[in-house]
Write a protein that binds this ligand. Sequence first.
Ligand code: ARG
Length: 468
Amino acid sequence: MSEKLWDGRFREKTARIVETFSASIDVDKRLYAYDIEGSIAHCKMLAKAAIIQEEESRTLIQGLEEIKQEIEAGQFSFDDSLEDIHMHIEARLLTKIGTVAQRLHTARSRNDQVALDVRMYLREETRRIAARLVGLQQVFVDLAKTHIEVIMPGYTHLQRAQPVLLAHHLMAYFEMFARDTQRMQGCLTRIDVMPLGAAALAGVAYPIDREYTARLLNFAMVSANSIDAVSDRDFIMEFLAAASICMVHLSRLSAELILWSSAEFGFIELPDAYATGSSIMPQKKNPDVPELVRGRTGRVVGNLMGLLTMMKSLPLAYNRDMQEDKVFLFDTVDILSACLDIYIQMLPKIKFNASSMEEAASSGFLNATDMADYLVRQGLPFREAHSVVGQAVSYALNRNKELHELTLEELTSFAALIQEDIFDFLTTRKTINRRTSYGGTAAETVKTAIAAAEEQLSRYREIGSSPQ
Ligand code: ARG
């Protein structure tokens, strides 16, 4: 027996530096459970198709199950001369059960094996992430309901624009994360395809039953082309793209939390348990969690770019370059999962400072559009109304006043048709509650949106933890 499982044709031992350089065991050992589950299904299929004997299959499965226990008990030794997790498990099987272990790799290659393992891994992680996203959507619905009365300034260009309900702003995030949930769900369709049986690239010359293996492993489909099966990493690119978009959403949320918790805004207070102090300035309470979420978004986007760049010039089918895919993938899964978990816990504990939000919404001419709307209702064309209000704003600015702080006489000097009812018309709450267009910020409209969101979430709950 030669030292490596593949070194029959080699006359020289692999250089030690090459073993270290090419080993992926530190990264791919986390695939061990999928590798073993996939191998067990493969054994069962080989026996069913009479490619190996029932007795051999049983011995193999028994050995594989024991190896799983050894790994889980921390009794398995990893060694980079064995390259990757597939080689480790196969080599251990050989020492455990003897030469029958050599039958396991019949009608299979590491190329289809690694594709299978990653698909099984990612299918599970994507379902978990989708479930976390539903949890996060629920957090936003709960926050919106709790703060349904709170008014805040809405912004464009980070300049105060028009007053909105805080609940409306929060429900914007609900929509963003709802799309992320759907994107993860969409990824699952492309992940859930069983590649085993493609072998190295051309399929196999044994009477294998790929449908049977797929059924054993709960795959929805079997890959249709053996070359594609071993060279396809679209499902990882797609997941990394969906993860990047989701992280961009979390990062924008983080940017707002950081701004809002500053003394300049004073809109929120982060929970003490989720903030940190400064080692030099005793008064500081820093928003480290949102900063780290925002910072890690860079890594997740980088992982997507890394994989795309790694794949872009690869001829079909498998190339060793592709071993690097797991570095990008695992890092992204870990970051995204951790960011979702920490926000699900932290967001409900944020204190919203309703009075400073409302105060900010009542200055800065946020009702200027509404004054123009008032004039339109009295018959003025919008453009003319816009210009009249512009003059009134400039007049008020010079006197350090808001529009609703001008007297009726001052206001009528800009447009004679203004009447006493303008003051009621310009109150912040009225301004908000007039915006009843579908998707708008009026309280009634926002309540309808919240009800629709709850309906969506209860549908997810009905069909189980993972949204369909
Ligand atoms: N460790 C390899 C990877 O992750 C497994 C496949 C190796 N295949 C090969 N022909 N060297 O991609």
